[in-house]
Design a protein around this ligand. Structure first.
Ligand code: NAD
Length: 315
């Protein structure tokens, strides 16, 4: 079976490619290398089961070429920078909504009947209570979250109209080797430049759940294989949650730093930027009914990620 992974040169996408190749699938990657890196797939360079196509899903023709001949589509291409979406909403509309629409149209044309979509916990916005289950209202507060919700709805309509079996995965913060965005990467890059002072966006009390990328990939494969509805939504997160200050302390601890001056930069109600969410964590009971269990809790996942990124970024 030929499986298409959009955004397969990116962080989660490349780990998913590793797993699909290991499981014996033929894999085609389409990526425009905006944030993705060929280096993430370098170890598979000579693997005959991997085909890498440079293409941009905002372009209809590229989307058609990517989809042609595929049996299933894992749609992971997106602009993942939530912060940028408040500054450049159009970029997110195009990278996420237009690209997804082009992909769905290509799937309709070539009669591809399976799709797994990388959605996000940001579709929930600022829930009154955490953790939230999949029935919580979809009330995004960032254009990124809104674009993911729009994609989910488009996929829902296509699944009903054209018989596409769709699995929607609402990921919490996914972290691990090859990560190049988000709070852990941001803090490490700042420390790499200056070990004396560290700027933390927000008041540090923002709450998040962190899941190691291997667990996220395992959850993805389990949901794809075992969900049997026509359109199913799953939260993919960890069973606990921590604050941004906890993340900062784990990083400082891993690096053996104790004299760094911390400067918090809160906006509005203590968040890091316009569109940032103060508290979010996901209930994962539905995923657990399929047999999923995270192998590492948030703190362990953060430590492992810091160790990996310190090696990759050359501290
Ligand atoms: P990433 O930036 O590493 O991966 C995105 C990939 O998509 C990159 O390789 C990029 O080059 C590619 N891409 C972007 N626009 C494209 C286009 N128009 N055409 C072709 N390729 C394009 O980010 P990631 O963290 O690996 O995220 C993967 C997916 O998971 C995204 O859809 C993201 O929104 C979603 N997600 C990630 C997280 C997380 O914590 N990492 C959480 C929730 C959802």
């Amino acid at each position: 079976r030929l499986v298409l992974v959009t955004g397969g040169a990116g962080f989660i996408g490349s780990h998913l490619v590793d797993r699909l190749i290991k499981d014996g699938y033929r894999v085609r990657v389409v990526d425009n290398f905006s944030t993705g890196r060929l280096e993430n797939l370098k170890h598979l360079e000579d693997n005959p089961n991997l085909e890498v196509m440079r293409g941009d899903l905002k372009n209809e023709q590229d989307a058609r070429e990517a989809v042609k001949g595929a049996d299933a589509v894992f749609h992971f291409a997106a602009n993942p920078e939530v912060r940028v979406s408040s500054i450049s909403p159009r970029v997110h509309f195009e990278e996420n909504v237009v690209a997804t629409f082009n992909l769905l149209e290509a799937m309709r044309e070539y009669k591809v009947k399976e799709m797994v979509f990388a959605s996000s916990s940001s579709v929930y916005g600022e829930p009154e209570e955490i953790p939230v289950d999949e029935n919580a209202p979809v009330r995004p507060v960032s254009v990124y979250g809104a674009s993911k919700a729009a994609c989910e709805n488009l996929i829902h309509a296509y699944s009903k109209l054209y018989g596409i079996r769709a699995v929607i995965l609402r990921y919490a913060n996914i972290i691990g080797p090859r990560l190049r965005h988000g709070v852990i990467y941001d803090l490490l890059m700042k420390l790499k430049k200056n070990l004396d002072e560290l700027e933390v966006l927000g008041d540090g009390t923002q709450v998040r759940s962190y899941l190691y990328v291997d667990d996220a990939v395992e959850a993805t494969i389990i949901a794809w294989r075992l969900s049997n509805g026509n359109y199913e939504v799953y939260n993919v997160g960890n069973e606990d949650w921590v604050t941004v200050n906890d993340v900062m302390n784990i990083i400082l601890n891993e690096l053996g730093l104790s004299n760094v001056k911390i400067v918090h930069r809160p906006v509005l109600h203590g968040v890091g930027w316009l569109g940032d969410v103060k508290r979010i964590a996901l209930k994962i009971d539905r995923l657990k009914t399929l047999g999923f269990k995270p192998s590492t809790l948030s703190r362990g996942a953060i430590s492992m990620t810091v160790k990996a990124l310190v090696r990759e970024l050359g501290f």
